[in-house]
Design a protein around this ligand. Sequence first.
Ligand code: A2H
Length: 254
Amino acid sequence: EGVGPQEYTIIKMKVMKPYPKKLQCVSDDTPIYLVAATLRPETMYGQTNCWVRPDMKYIAFSTIKGEVFVSTKRAARNMSWQGFTKEENKIDIVAELVGSDILGIPLKSPKTSYDVIYTLPMLTIKEDKGTGVVTSVPSDAPDDYAALTDLKKKQPLREKYGITDDMVLPYDPIPIIEVPDFGNLSAVTVCEQLNIQSQNDAVKLLQAKEMVYLKGFYDGVLLVGEYKNQKIRDIKKTIKDELIKNNEAEVYYE
Ligand code: A2H
């Protein structure tokens, strides 16, 4: 990675009511968001679920807009320096949780064609990157496709984390971007080409990411929504700005 901060777009994935047990201390008129850091805001049309790591610690904290965000404490600290909290450098913690406390909960997320998506377990989420919450776009992200396929194929894995079939089985990758040579489900194509067996296939997944990432950005064409048929590199910023304007996203640096 280069010098200087990396800019992420934080996608606000809204927690539906009734709030899960560990978040019931939050009043019903306060919106709660799981906040996911992404480099690809233009792929939000293809979200099928949200990832959290079952054994990782998260906090829920109040923001300056009177909302509650769920992220790692590390990310909350960064956000508090970036104007997300009422007082700079101070985090108003409303709950401390682990990922498993928020697994299998329904969310509303911007742009995706699925009305409701669920929080599912991803075991490879890193503590020291982004918010610890990841939005899943299995059409275009090899990690997401591998982890979703694991859950679809492995009933015992679903059972272990209390994930029911209806949270996983109806959710297929959505064709949202056409990439030359890789078709309209580029992550699926590359995972199959490389014969990736699971989310733990780290070496091949890195290779898969390298194969699709730049190509998706430079040569990808959007297939859905109001910027249909336009090149990703021409509309990425417009989509990001629109999400932010609609209070569906924020800019975050680390
Ligand atoms: B990306 P970079 Cl469609 N642990 O978003 C593991 N992965 C994380 C993470 C964490 N703590 N925080 C964010 N990420 C993922 C979309 C996407 C992403 C697409 C294609 C590629 C892609 C949908 N998931 O990333 O190391 C998030 O997944 C390819 C690398 O900072 C985020 O963007 O470059 C990306 O990794 C940030 O990774």
